[in-house]
Each structure stands twice: as structure tokens, then as C-alpha cells.
Design a protein. Structure first.
Length: 81
């Protein structure tokens, strides 16, 4: 486990080093959750569920595990106009 020293400024802010932000894909405007624990704090990046669904859909498509809309509709008894 690597240890990084951070300093709190007068407004109570800390800055995450660029290398950490890049490795965790943390960008300006991202939301982080802070959880107080007995021995310190835990930070976790909030993930947009739609981003996760899109990533999964792209992977499914690349793996050839998707079907076209008309085939899906026919399989499930859905009428398309």
C-alpha cells in the first residue's frame, strides 16, 4: 500500500495528486462519497449507472451477444410500427 501525504488548506480542502486522479478516472465535477471510519476516512467515486450500462452494452456487442431490435421484438412478441 502506497502512502501519500496531503495537506488541508484554510478552507478544509485537500488536493488529490494528478497520478491518483488519473488512475481512478476522477475528473473535475465528479461526485465522491466520504465515509468516516474508526481509523480515518474512506473516499469512493460515485458512478453514473447509465455509464455502467453503456459500457456493458458495448462489451456485449463486441462479444457478439446482442441481437437486433426486430429480432428481439419478434422473440418477445412485441409489435413494432
Amino acid at each position: 500500500m502506497n502512502t501519500t501525504t496531503l495537506k488541508v488548506d484554510a478552507k478544509g480542502r485537500i488536493m488529490l495528486p494528478l497520478a491518483i486522479r488519473k488512475s481512478l478516472r476522477i475528473n473535475a465535477g465528479d461526485v465522491l462519497f466520504l465515509e468516516k471510519e474508526e481509523t480515518g476516512i474512506h473516499l469512493a467515486k460515485a458512478e453514473n449507472p447509465f455509464d455502467i450500462l453503456i459500457e456493458d452494452a458495448v462489451e456485449q456487442h463486441k462479444a457478439g451477444k446482442t441481437i437486433e431490435l426486430r429480432a428481439f421484438a419478434k422473440k418477445n412478441g412485441i409489435k413494432l410500427k
